[in-house]
Design a binder for this molecule. Structure first.
Ligand code: HEM
Length: 519
């Protein structure tokens, strides 16, 4: 039954009859063994035509913390309850795999850390986590500062040329440059220019995104998958990335053989502090293919997530000038005009709260995907094996019972002298980096990266949406981005210190840029 269900499911939604038939064939699921999970009615219509996690919020208010959503033959359990999320992610995590996510990402991540399950995951996680030790993360602060400085210079130039700037793609380039150096010591330099490898990375990312939203897996259709121009392009892009990674691995191996450093817990090569260098120096006994899968996984995991966090943060700052003013005060006091150090970053407490709060309102990704591999009880309901589950982080982060003024961007909701909010101290009502054994390995890295970039940008610029800007809409399932980008335009400044700016033509959906006093 399972292969049949999988094949039918891939054909798309054939209707409720097939759905009912499949449920019967599969033994009636778990419903026959106990109370039935509430089923969302009219759900197919409700979620079509927009980012699917947004209507799931209304369904959550109607059906509660766990309900079933039928999508033709596909059926998903939607979880928005912190106790159930904790059970799946932490307390009984061994009963769940990555399911659909692993299937979708296999072409690009292979058995890398995100899609991997079971023994492969255990071995690779044990090898990779130690690479991101305290000394490594501290060294990365310098890298974040230098890359953010290059972005500031680019914005300076755009501003003096009077050009509109699309911030989403710039943040994407910033975080690509950072993650390339941090993971395998490769300088994409995508903020300066486009080259073949940068384009190859984007072709691959867009493909992953398309596969995660497409109802029909055209990329699996025999013959078509070999002749489709799109697939040809994807295969070429992957071949180029693999070749580049193989070369980087070979070069790094040579360097490790030649170097005179003793390996220890906080081992780091100052010239090349990358994760790849650590793994090779640690004597990590792994095939080149697995190493490539891991590097590719971290490249993707650490790139667009951070870029999306920055984009949404600046969108929020543009809407909340009081938060922006307070943020700029803190940055002026703590940073002055130097590049941030680790000590500075620890003092940027309000900036950190801004990122915490931005991640609450716009979590990346908005849903966590799992599949049950054993029978289990969720919220008092028995569930069978093979259930596809979406844990809606979006719903958890906006639950009106848990959060006061849940839709309001309010970094003050967490006191500055309190602990940084995380899934433990918020009891799984807040899980921007997931929780349990599969929690993000880059949480500290990503927090520091986004804090440094935000601080350095607001130190020099002010961001506001232009009055004529159309509403921003969220879309896609893989990550949360802005439907039409987020643009920054030349300034109409009211700041008396800044007179270099003149009235500018406002492009569609633009922001206003203001040079800050510090420069
Ligand atoms: C896993 C979020 C940055 C590497 C995760 C998960 C989340 C997440 C929610 C859990 C996924 C799940 O349970 O299904 C984020 C966010 C980031 C970010 C919001 C940026 C703001 C990074 C960075 C790296 C990274 C910079 C690497 C340097 C990973 C890896 C996993 C992961 C390897 C899989 C861990 C495992 O399954 O054992 N991330 N991440 N992430 N993240 Fe991140």
């Amino acid at each position: 039954v399972a292969p049949l269900a999988a094949s039918l499911a891939k054909l798309g939604p054939p209707g409720e009859l097939a759905s009912a038939l499949l449920t019967k064939l599969a033994g009636g699921g778990a419903a026959s063994r106990g109370p039935e999970i509430p089923q969302a009615v009219g759900s197919l219509r409700a979620v079509s035509g927009q980012a699917f996690f947004i209507p799931l919020y209304d369904l959550f208010l109607i059906y509660g913390g766990i309900f079933r959503l039928n999508f033709g033959p596909k059926s998903f359990l939607i979880v928005s309850d912190p106790a159930i999320a904790k059970h799946i992610l932490r307390d009984n995590s061994k009963a769940y795999s990555k399911g659909i996510l692993a299937e979708i990402l296999e072409f690009v991540m292979g058995t890398g850390l995100i899609p991997a399950d079971g023994e492969i995951w255990r071995v690779r996680r044990r090898a990779i986590v130690p690479a991101m030790h305290q000394k490594y993360v501290t060294a990365m602060i310098g890298l974040f500062g230098e890359a953010s400085d290059r972005l500031c210079k680019k914005l300076d130039k755009a501003a003096s040329d009077g050009e509109d700037v699309e911030m989403e793609s710039l943040f994407s380039r910033l975080t690509l440059d950072v993650i390339g150096k941090a993971v395998f010591n490769y300088d994409f330099d995508s903020l300066s220019y486009d080259n073949g490898i940068v384009e190859a990375v984007y072709v691959t990312l867009r493909e992953a995104e398309m596969r995660s939203t497409s109802p029909i897996p055209t990329w699996e259709i025999p013959i078509w998958k070999d002749i489709s121009p799109r697939q040809k392009k994807v295969n070429e892009a992957l071949a180029l990335i693999n070749k580049t990674l193989d070369e980087l691995i070979a070069t790094c191996k040579r360097l490790v053989e030649e170097e005179d450093l003793q390996f220890h817990e906080e081992y780091m090569n100052e010239q090349d502090p990358s994760i790849l260098h650590f793994l090779l120096a640690s004597g990590d006994d792994v095939s080149s293919k697995q190493l490539r899968d891991d590097l590719m996984t971290m490249l993707i995991a650490g790139h667009e997530t951070s870029a999306a966090v920055l984009t949404w943060t600046f969108y929020l700052l543009s809407k909340y000038p009081n938060v922006m003013a307070k943020l700029q005060d803190e940055v002026d006091t703590v940073l002055g005009d130097r590049l941030p150090t680790i000590e500075d970053v620890k003092k940027l407490k309000y900036t950190t709260r801004v990122i915490n709060e931005s991640l609450r309102l716009y979590p990346q990704p908005p849903v966590l995907i799992r599949r049950s591999i054993e029978e289990d009880m969720l919220g008092g309901y028995p569930i069978g094996r093979g259930e596809d589950i979406f844990i809606s982080v979006w719903n958890l982060h906006r639950c009106p019972k848990h959060w006061d003024d849940a839709d309001v961007f309010n970094p003050e909701r967490w006191p500055l002298d309190g602990p940084n909010p995380n899934e433990i101290n918020q009891n799984f009502s807040y899980l921007p980096f997931g929780g349990g054994p599969r929690k993000c390995v880059g949480d500290m890295f990503a927090t520091f990266e986004t804090v440094v970039a935000t601080a350095m940008l607001v130190r020099r610029f002010d961001f506001q949406m232009a009055p004529a800007a159309p509403p921003i809409e969220a879309w896609t399932t893989a990550r949360l981005n802005l439907q039409q980008g987020f643009q920054l335009a030349k300034n109409v400044s009211t700041d008396p210190v800044v007179d270099a700016w003149s009235d500018a033509t406002m492009g569609e959906k633009t922001c206003i840029l203001r040079e800050m006093i510090l420069l």
